[in-house]
Design a protein around this ligand. Structure first.
Ligand code: RB5
Length: 152
């Protein structure tokens, strides 16, 4: 995507430092940031921040979202409970690119204790600049919601 985007950010205490670094880079790249916190190292609960970011992405008040916790796992689990959210837990540039191209991911989750800062910056660059490919992937996305009944 080459246009200026609104990026919603959220992190818990495990991800706040990386989230702040990513916010700076995103602003420097010419995009806008909506930072839902957290803003310090006090222990907090990651679902609160995931749900805040998902709310504005699902409501089209932000174009894309980025969630950061210690592993990225909790954030991704929380985010994917929202029907309009496709959140990918990514650890490298390749999966960041592919999840835009194939899954039209509208949020990525990062693990601040798993990926280094430079890798995270490269991931975000790929996430913000890669377009969804559409085509056969549209059909697959259409099958995500609603999930089939779990009753047997
Ligand atoms: C917090 O200690 C940690 O559990 C959290 O950041 C995240 O890794 C959860 O998935």
């Amino acid at each position: 995507m080459t246009r200026s985007l609104i990026i919603a950010l959220g992190a818990d205490h495990g991800g706040v430092s990386l989230k702040n670094r990513l916010a700076k880079a995103i602003l420097e790249a010419g995009h806008d940031v909506r930072d839902f916190g957290t803003h310090d190292n006090a222990s907090v609960d990651y679902p609160d921040y995931a749900h805040a970011v998902c709310g504005v992405v699902a409501g089209a008040e932000a174009d894309l979202g980025i969630l950061v916790c210690g592993t990225g796992i909790g954030m991704s689990i929380a985010a994917n409970r929202h029907p309009k959210i496709r959140c990918a837990l990514v650890h490298d540039v390749t999966t960041a690119r592919l999840t835009r191209q194939h899954n039209d991911a509208n949020i990525i989750a990062l693990g601040a204790r798993i990926v280094g800062e430079e890798v995270a910056l490269d991931i975000v660059r790929a996430f913000l600049t890669t377009e969804f490919e559409g085509g056969r992937h549209e059909r697959r996305l259409a099958k995500l919601n609603p999930a089939p009944s779990e009753t047997v």
